[in-house]
Each structure stands twice: as structure tokens, then as C-alpha cells.
Design a protein around this ligand. Structure first.
Ligand SMILES: *[C@@H]1O[C@H](CO)[C@@H](O)[C@H](O)[C@H]1NC(C)=O
Ligand SMILES: *[C@@H]1O[C@H](CO)[C@@H](O)[C@H](O)[C@H]1NC(C)=O
Ligand SMILES: [Zn+2]
Length: 400
């Protein structure tokens, strides 16, 4: 057993004690990752390479709903789960609709829902962190790729869930040995991702020409009841936090905090950003040093500038119109990760592979991975054995 898996085992012995002293479900806390864990998070490698990258490259093509490009991208997602994350459950949620510019034709919209729940628990008793992006691209202009909108966010999500999957397996193997686990005394948490279709308007953005996939899915989840006595009435209620990524992949984004109720989660994201920078793990922060230049390095422009604001000062009624709206209207908590201002290339033909900033895409991959790992309490279960031995020394010192 590695020192790390020993730490993971400790969980199983401590938790029953906590249970004896309280009758509320054993809650998962949001647990910050140690510096070592942050350093050991899997790096994206060539996941995001725009030509050969296994995750991103296949998405960088037009994928208008119902088109061959859309079907090919969907197949790419399915293949990713089948080959890389076979423990995940995949479902489609389909609908059709006419649009203002495609006449009487019913356009198909296919949402992909991939989830992983803790073992041996009724689905109605599992709350889920939900990470979301849309995979469709705009109908016009012809050939529009939508690299930031939202090919890159889809790839970032795939990278993040692949990076935490082994730790999640390890955590649940330990947890299910706990007597309290079988007795149903846990606050069971799983994770799901929505890759949504039909976010873009076909013509002019309006309530009925936009968010085709999201509107259909929110309604469907609300209408699907769980069995009586479930913790959550339906799968919509089981969404603990809806983290929506959109328009990511351009350099120097600034992401405002939109909602009072999730400002705390925004602040966790901001803290992670600043820690990753301090540890030198943010590639986009590294500035090329020019010899002989007397210029001071530019001050760091944080991605989450509202981090020091009070929650009361960040509220906006529905924020920026996006896939969260049909969920938010039904009471779901939303963390909307979208930069404002939008990238310069927004809704222009230039929003293509070549205009992505590769280091920024990679940094988002690392940041979202870290956030998901903290949310799911994976600190004790991440593999830090790959660190150089000098760093492992640091770890044991800080643990004592
Ligand atoms: C939904 O659409 C997908 C992709 O076209 C298809 O594979 C799947 O069978 C459909 N599901 C249902 C329930 O119709
Ligand atoms: C900068 O200076 C260092 C040593 O002073 C040298 O090794 C390096 O090649 C120089 N880099 C450039 C880009 O000129
Ligand atoms: Zn768009």
C-alpha cells in the first residue's frame, strides 16, 4: 500500500466515529487540495492540441444541430467514455423543434448526460455536481467553428473528469466499507456532465430561438420523478451545483461573479486560481523574459476579479443569457464561468482553432480539475506518488 492509499484508508476508520456523534447525514465538506495534490494533478499533455489532440481536435469542426458534424462530435464523446471512462453511465435526452430559419423541418437536438454515482446507492438519493457546456455551433456564418464557443469548454470538462476518475474510484472503495455507508447515512455525492445541443440561436436570439437543448432537458429532468422517500424528488432537484463553462480559451479572461447564492463557490475557484499561479502551475502566467529589457513584469490580471466582493454586491437577476436559464428558473444553483467582456472573436468566423490561446485552455483544464477534486473531497485519494522524491519529503514534513 502506498502512503497515499494509507491516508485514504484512514477515512474509513474516522468517519464512523463522526457518525456516532451526530445523526445528520454525514456531509462531505468542500476540502481544499494540498500543494502536493495540486502539483500532482494530471497535466493535459496533448489533450488540447488543435491538430492531434485526443480531446479537443475532433470537436473543432462545424456542428450545427442535426448535421453530420454534430453526429461526429457526439460519436467522439461516446467513444471517449467507452474507451477512457467505462465506469460512467451515458444517456441521451432528445427533442426536436422547428426554428425560425429552417422552415417546417423538425431539427433534432441531442443532449448527452454522463454520470458517475457512488456504488450501491439508489439514484434518487445521490446529489450531483453538474458540469456543463454546449457542443453545438452556430448555424451562420457558414464554416463557423466556435472554438471558444464551446468546443474548448467541452474538452476542458472531459479532461477534468478523466483526471479525477481514479481518485473517485479509490474514495468510494474505501467509503463503502463504512457501516454508515450501507445504512444510508451519507450525504451521497456523484458527478455528472451535460454536453448540451442547440444553445445557439438559428436566427435572432430570442426566448424560443435559443437554448433548445437546455430548455428540453430542464423540463425533462423536472418531470422525471424519483421513487417515494428518495432524498431528491427528481434529477433536477439532485443538481447540487450547476457549473456552466462558456466562451473559454482566449487569453486573459475576466470572469465576474454573477450570483449571490454561489459566490462562495466562485471564491473557491478564485483561491484555486491564485494558488495555482503561486505554485507556478499556470502556464499562461509565464511571461517570456527578454534579455536587457528593463521593463517590470506586468501585474497579474486575475481571472476572477470579484473574489473579494461581498456576496450581496454580486447579484444579477439572470446574469448573461445562457444554458443555465431554464435550470435557474427552476431553482437550481448556478456557477456561470463565462468571461465578460466576451472574447474578441465572439460569434465571428475567427473563433477558430488558431485563435485559441493554448496555455489558457490548458490552465482552465487544470483549474476545473482542481475544483472538481475539491468539491468531491478527493484530497486523500489523489495519486501524488509521481512527484519527485524531494517534493514527497516536503509533503511528510507538512503533514506532521
Ligand atoms: C437520441 O439520439 C441519439 C443520437 O442520434 C441516438 O443514438 C439515441 O438512440 C436517441 N435516443 C432516444 C431515446 O431516442
Ligand atoms: C539571455 O541571456 C542569457 C545569459 O545572459 C543567455 O544564455 C540567453 O541565451 C539569452 N537569451 C536570449 C533570447 O537572448
Ligand atoms: Zn455562442
Amino acid at each position: 500500500m502506498t502512503p497515499n492509499s494509507r491516508a485514504c484508508w484512514v477515512l474509513s476508520w474516522c468517519l464512523p466515529l463522526i457518525w456516532i456523534f451526530g445523526f445528520t447525514p454525514i456531509a462531505q465538506a468542500y476540502t481544499p487540495l494540498s500543494d502536493d495534490s495540486l502539483r500532482s494533478l494530471p497535466r493535459p499533455g496533448n489533450d488540447f492540441d488543435i491538430h492531434k489532440g485526443t480531446l479537443l481536435a475532433p470537436i473543432l469542426r462545424p456542428r450545427v444541430p442535426g448535421s453530420p458534424g454534430s453526429r461526429a462530435v457526439l460519436e467522439h464523446f461516446v467513444k471517449f467514455f467507452e474507451t477512457t471512462l467505462p465506469n460512467w453511465n451515458i444517456e441521451f435526452q432528445n427533442s426536436t423543434s422547428k426554428t425560425p430559419v429552417t422552415g417546417n423541418k423538425e431539427i433534432p437536438f441531442v443532449n448527452l448526460i454522463a454520470s458517475r454515482d457512488p456504488p450501491n446507492v439508489q439514484p434518487g438519493n445521490v446529489g450531483r455536481l453538474t458540469v456543463v457546456a454546449h457542443y453545438d455551433s452556430k448555424f451562420k456564418p457558414d464554416g463557423f467553428i466556435g472554438a471558444t464557443d464551446s468546443a474548448a469548454p467541452c474538452a476542458i470538462i472531459l479532461h477534468a473528469i478523466r483526471s479525477i476518475d481514479a481518485a473517485l474510484t479509490k474514495k468510494w472503495e474505501v467509503l463503502k466499507e463504512d457501516p454508515a455507508y450501507e445504512l444510508g447515512l451519507y450525504d451521497y455525492q456523484g458527478i455528472q456532465i451535460f454536453l448540451l445541443d442547440g444553445e445557439e440561436a438559428f436566427g435572432q436570439w430570442s426566448e424560443t430561438d435559443s437554448l433548445y437543448g437546455a430548455r428540453s432537458l430542464a423540463e425533462h429532468l423536472e418531470r422525471t420523478p424519483h421513487p417515494a422517500l428518495s432524498t431528491y424528488k427528481n434529477p433536477l432537484e439532485a443538481i447540487r451545483l450547476f457549473v456552466l463553462l462558456d466562451l473559454l480559451g482566449a487569453k486573459d479572461p475576466t470572469v465576474p461573479s454573477h450570483f449571490k447564492t454561489t459566490h462562495w463557490a466562485y471564491q473557491h475557484m478564485a483561491v484555486l486560481e491564485s494558488r495555482l499561479r503561486k505554485l507556478g502551475l499556470f502556464k499562461s502566467a509565464k511571461q517570456p523574459q527578454k534579455n536587457g529589457s528593463k521593463k517590470k513584469p506586468q501585474p497579474v490580471k486575475p481571472w476572477f476579479p470579484d473574489r473579494l466582493k461581498h456576496a450581496d454586491d454580486v447579484f444579477s437577476p439572470f446574469g448573461i443569457e445562457d444554458d443555465h436559464v431554464p435550470f435557474m428558473k427552476r431553482g437550481v444553483d448556478i456557477l456561470h464561468i463565462i468571461p465578460s467582456p466576451f472574447p474578441d472573436v465572439w460569434h465571428r468566423i475567427e473563433d477558430d482553432a488558431e485563435h485559441l490561446h493554448p496555455d489558457t485552455v490548458e490552465d482552465w483544464g487544470t483549474l476545473i480539475t482542481a475544483f472538481v477534486a475539491e468539491w468531491l473531497d478527493l484530497e486523500e485519494c489523489l495519486e501524488t506518488d509521481t512527484l519527485p522524491s524531494s517534493r514527497k519529503g516536503e509533503r511528510s514534513k507538512t503533514e506532521l
